[in-house]
Design a protein around this ligand. Structure first.
Ligand code: NAP
Ligand code: NAG
Ligand code: NAG
Length: 439
């Protein structure tokens, strides 16, 4: 049964090619994985299965003017047995969205989407931005075990996949997690991408975890933005001692989230103020550039202390220098710095990266439901105002996160949608079995 279910989309696509008239049937289209929108009018009926969805897309790289609202993007249907299709209720923005809008990482991300360059002539456009999602599962591949239609979930969408500023997003089961019950979708969407980044940076690069952080001194350079406000809370939940740098007017916010010591980097020399403090076990740098000059000197010498920077040059290098040169240059500059910092003080210089990690989000979900991590939503916009949301983020000085409400919360509509997809799947499974019998 699972086998037939998995085979269904390909079979339908085949049928569609054979029989052009079938293209008008919304019933089969949604599972056909087709990339063409045949009939505009079928999209307008919410009670029938759609084949198109609304989304904010870009068709070229540039400034805010390239953001375009459309209702004619093909729905990302479940096309492999481990995929989960999510109806997006809320998405949030990250600095990466602004960078990607301008073409950041285009070469490397295109390669990741299409490793063998089989689609060399196929463009990455229309590209959907948006890295965070909170929503409801509407369809699952046959091997999906942890989720079922109707489940409320959250996830960070990897940059090489189509984003969440759309009605639907489809991810692999491993990338998805059950959303905390205490949060509504708007609040939940503020967390996944910064959480997966902080987890990957602090655990993989920084060597910290829940069980060995209680005697650690951690410095967060840049405590007031998305990554900072989340990391403070995570480290406090793990029992670490947290010092942050931020602007003066963010001191109340970061102290409220648990930071013990706060250095205002806007008045006087932050490095000087930090140098008189006890040294640190781990530094998480979300600012980069000049901070790198003095930060490594604040680490405890000769005891495996780590400087982890999120200002990584990998994607930028590949854009300005071409793929191979760029990757080589980035790795070379990392090694040069790593060797230097080990020799001079016995500390490690490491890069922190976002990495998709649903099980990691499960842990965060527990901390949120235990009241140990709060969402920090600074601004929220309706789906009609995505350009305004980008503008807000681009102005800088974030104090937490900017969230876009993609669907106003309405459980009844979700139930109807799930019921439609279920019926459609059952019908195509039955057709599949009949075809199998005939053969
Ligand atoms: N490598 C990766 O995979 C990865 C993943 C996620 C994020 N990142 C990067 O990490 C950085 C932070 O991300 P985010 O989502 O937290 O950004 P964000 O929400 O825009 O926050 C940035 C924060 O930094 C503060 N700030 C600016 N200059 C500062 C300085 N010199 N010292 C201390 N604070 C300063 C800003 O406030 P004020 O200007 O008012 O002080 C703002 O609150 C971004 O550069 C992002 O691209 C990298
Ligand atoms: C969800 O939470 C946000 C932020 O706290 C709040 O502004 C909003 O009203 C809530 N939405 C619903 C539908 O309860
Ligand atoms: C903390 O625990 C993690 C996971 O067990 C381990 O990889 C890391 O080396 C430990 N770090 C320290 C500083 O003890």
């Amino acid at each position: 049964m699972g086998f037939i279910r998995a085979m269904t989309p390909a079979r339908l696509l085949f049928l569609l090619k054979l029989n052009g008239k079938a293209a008008g049937s919304t019933k089969t289209l949604a599972r056909a994985g087709c990339s063409v929108c045949f009939r505009r009018n079928v999209c307008s009926s919410p009670s029938r299965l759609q084949n198109c969805m609304s989304a904010w897309v870009i068709d070229q790289y540039g400034t805010n003017g390239v953001l375009k609202y459309t209702e004619e993007v093909a729905i990302p249907t479940v096309s492999s047995t481990s995929e989960v299709m999510i109806k997006v209720h809320a998405a949030s923005l990250n600095p990466l969205d602004i960078a990607m809008r301008g073409g950041y990482g285009a070469k490397l991300l295109k390669l990741r989407r299409d490793p063998l360059s089989v689609m060399d002539t196929v463009s990455e456009f229309p590209l959907i931005l948006g890295r965070d999602v909170s929503g409801v599962v509407v369809d699952c591949g046959s091997d999906v075990t942890h989720f079922a239609p109707g489940d409320e979930v959250w996830a960070a969408v990897p940059p090489w996949k189509q984003g969440s500023l759309a009605e639907f997003v489809t991810l692999t089961e491993y990338e998805v997690s059950h959303k905390p019950k205490l949060l509504n979708h708007t609040e939940a969407a503020s967390i996944p991408y910064v959480a997966n980044t902080a987890l990957s940076a602090l655990v993989n690069a920084g060597g910290l975890c829940r069980d060995n952080s209680s005697d650690k001194r951690v410095l967060i350079i840049g405590g007031s933005g998305g990554v900072g406000t989340f990391s403070i809370q995570l480290l406090k939940a793990w029992g670490a001692h947290v010092t942050v740098t931020c602007s003066q007017n963010a001191e109340g916010l970061v102290r409220g989230l648990g930071a013990e010591e706060v250095v205002d980097y806007t008045t006087g020399d932050a490095a000087e103020q930090l140098q008189v403090m006890e040294k640190f076990d781990v530094i998480l740098d979300s600012v980069g550039r000049e901070t790198e000059q003095w930060a490594v000197g604040l680490l405890k010498p000769w005891c495996g202390a780590k400087y982890v920077t999120l200002a990584t040059p990998l994607l930028l290098n590949t854009d300005s220098m071409g793929l191979l040169d760029g990757a080589f240059n980035a790795v070379f500059s990392l090694q040069a710095k790593a060797i230097q910092s080990i020799i001079s003080s016995g500390a490690f210089y490491r890069w922190g990266f976002y990495a998709p990690d649903g099980p990691g989000l499960d842990e965060i979900s527990k901390l949120v439901d235990a009241g140990k991590i709060l969402p920090v939503v600074e601004a929220q916009f309706p789906f009609t105002q995505v350009p305004q949301a980008f503008q807000k983020l681009e102005q800088g000085h974030a104090r937490g996160k900017t969230v876009v409400r993609v669907a106003e919360e309405d459980d009844r509509q979700d139930d109807e949608l799930i019921e439609n997809i279920r019926r459609d799947t059952a019908e195509s499974e039955q057709e599949g079995q009949e075809t199998a019998k005939q053969n």
